[in-house]
Design a protein. Structure first.
Length: 202
């Protein structure tokens, strides 16, 4: 069977993902990993690549997707049926939860407040579901952008780490796409015919 553009793209990105996993424990064998799925291209690409990576593991991951129903205007609906079906086709269970606000936030939420509420909800959900790892879809572009913003506003070149533990190690945030560029993920989505991305942010 001839090699397709998708085969070549997937092979290249899977190789980069494996390299990242060798450098940092972003996809430890046999663990329960919850993948944060917003419905955007980054999170769908992460789900796709993690599933492909899982096929190679001697002790496969238990993979669950979690979607937080929240945007700047408050609670939102569930993911489109096409996205949920796409996840099920890859044998990924989907958990959908309402974003937990602490009562001090005013609507519409700022980007910072929305991200904080989503992150809090994701971590709490991972703990409730006994998932040892929570995978976020930040990629190399996000890493560089965060470093530049930190340098501009604080004078320190700091960025998001590939791995960070919370709750005394009960849940570890991992970023499997840490060394992949967004343009690569967009191309993968086009070649693999991902569901239409959900755009909730303004």
């Amino acid at each position: 069977m001839p090699t397709t553009d998708l085969d070549r793209c997937l092979g290249r990105l899977s190789g980069k993902l494996r390299r990242t996993a060798r450098r940092w424990p972003v996809l430890p064998d046999g663990e329960h990993v919850m993948i944060a799925v917003s419905g955007g291209i980054d999170s769908l690409a992460m789900a796709y690549l993690v599933c492909e990576h899982n096929r190679r593991l001697k002790s496969p991951l238990r993979v669950t997707a979690v979607h937080v129903c929240l945007d700047a205007d408050g609670p939102t609906g569930e993911l489109p049926g096409s996205t949920a079906q796409w996840l099920r086709a890859r044998e990924i269970d989907l958990v959908e939860v309402e974003g937990r606000l602490d009562g001090s936030e005013e609507l519409p939420l700022s980007c910072f407040a929305c991200a904080r509420a989503r992150r809090r909800t994701l971590l709490e959900t991972a703990e409730v579901w006994s998932a040892s790892h929570l995978a976020l879809g930040h990629h190399a572009d996000d890493v560089v952008e965060t470093w530049l913003l930190s340098l501009m506003y604080t004078g320190k070149g700091e960025t998001i780490p590939p791995v960070r533990s919370y709750f005394d190690g009960a849940v570890t945030i991992i970023r499997p796409l840490y060394e992949l560029q967004r343009r690569e993920l967009v191309r993968l989505g086009r070649l693999a015919d991902f569901p239409a991305p959900v755009a909730r942010c303004r």
